[in-house]
Design a protein around this ligand. Structure first.
Ligand SMILES: [Zn+2]
Length: 360
């Protein structure tokens, strides 16, 4: 299977003791996070859109992240392989290696012109989340509305990504921005990690009207195992926890014991989100737009809470089993695990080739 989004790099660049190197956080043995090679093998992982990011937003820091990526491939070469095309991804499958497809969450690292996207494309970047928070390209899903969709520069970026053959990822952007990109892009687009808004009404999820346009666009949504994007109750519980934390801080400013006891009580009241709840999103989207537009995304290492039964990269089979019990056929499961993604990626490449022929 191909996972739409993984944040392994958090353990090197965004933790208490970060930045640190490969020897400080190994992935060839069971580690404390969600992602390592033994568990990826157990989970049947064949490829992953790996979020490449450094500690700071500078270009230098970003280059450091690419150095780490190359180091990972060098040190774990018998298991992992960096890929830059759909055919390279297929070859990696055949070699029995896990394909790492470099992706970027938050185009703020692309700066204010088209130079960096070209530079990073040459490094191997093949998928970009258009905006995380509102940036120069588009409005974020939970941020201020600046353009009511995407900016003029955003439109230029869509055209450039179409021309290069970079997957445009619409997770994290506002619904209007999704609509704008769907009206602009000449190639299929993806949601690398989002769910259906009808089942869980949060801004990060995708409305039905957009899902229907996604079908026309021939793109796909990689449904994500993030409990607070699966069930609204979980998001409400998180919001309550936030409010409770600040209220306690205000009521008992110097009482850390009181804070701990109150927050522990809150944590113990976490609403349970199950594999069945996750499967509901798969059933729903399949019914609405068909099985050809669905994929899977763990968002592992990027989330603090997990779904019961989908705790780490070894768990994908639990979801497939649930879907099989619900009547999903083997060919449908093949599509959502990897075939749909390979089809979309290939179409993006083909479209880029066609554009390059007319606009060298
Ligand atoms: Zn994300």
């Amino acid at each position: 299977m191909v996972d739409g989004h993984n944040d392994l790099f958090i353990h090197y660049f965004d933790c208490k003791s970060c930045p640190r190197g490969l020897t400080d956080y190994r992935i060839d043995t069971l580690n404390s996070g969600h992602t390592d090679i033994p568990r990826m093998r157990k989970g049947g992982v064949g490829g992953v859109l790996l979020n490449i990011f450094g500690r700071e937003r500078t270009e230098q820091s970003y280059m450091g992240a690419w150095t780490l990526l190359r180091q990972i491939e060098k040190d774990y070469g018998s298991d992992l392989k960096i890929v830059k095309s759909s055919s390279e991804m297929k070859s990696a499958f055949k070699e029995g290696k896990i394909a790492l497809l470099p992706s970027l969450e938050g185009a703020v690292r692309l700066g204010e012109n088209l130079e960096l996207i070209n530079k990073y494309y040459n490094l191997g970047l093949r998928s970009v989340t258009f905006a995380y928070s509102t940036n120069l390209l588009a409005d974020g899903s939970d941020d201020t509305t600046k353009y009511n969709g995407i900016s003029t520069f955003g439109k230029e970026m869509v055209a450039e990504m179409n021309k290069l053959g970079v997957l445009i990822d619409m997770s994290h952007i506002s619904a209007k921005a999704m609509d704008d990109i769907l009206a602009t892009s000449k190639a299929p687009v993806i949601f690398s990690h989002s769910n259906a808004r009808t089942l869980c009404d949060v801004n990060r999820n995708v409305p039905d009207s957009i899902l229907k346009k996604l079908k026309e666009n021939r793109g796909m949504i990689m449904l994500t195992f993030v409990p607070y994007f699966v069930k609204k109750e979980h998001m409400q519980w998180l919001d309550e926890g936030d409010a409770l934390y600040y209220k306690t801080l205000n009521d008992y400013p110097d009482d850390s014991l009181k804070m701990e006891s109150i927050m522990t009580r809150w944590e113990n009241s976490e609403p349970m989100v199950t594999v069945a709840d996750m499967a509901d999103h798969f059933d729903y989207v399949k019914k609405l737009i068909g099985v050809d537009h669905i994929g899977m995304a763990g968002d592992y290492d990027g989330i603090q809470f997990t779904i019961k039964g989908l705790e780490d990269v070894s768990c994908y089979p639990n979801l497939l089993e649930e879907l099989a019990k619900r009547g999903w056929k083997e060919d449908e499961l093949r599509k959502i695990t990897s075939e749909n993604f390979l089809r979309v990626f290939k179409e993006v490449e083909k479209q880029a080739f066609a554009i390059q022929k007319t606009k060298p």
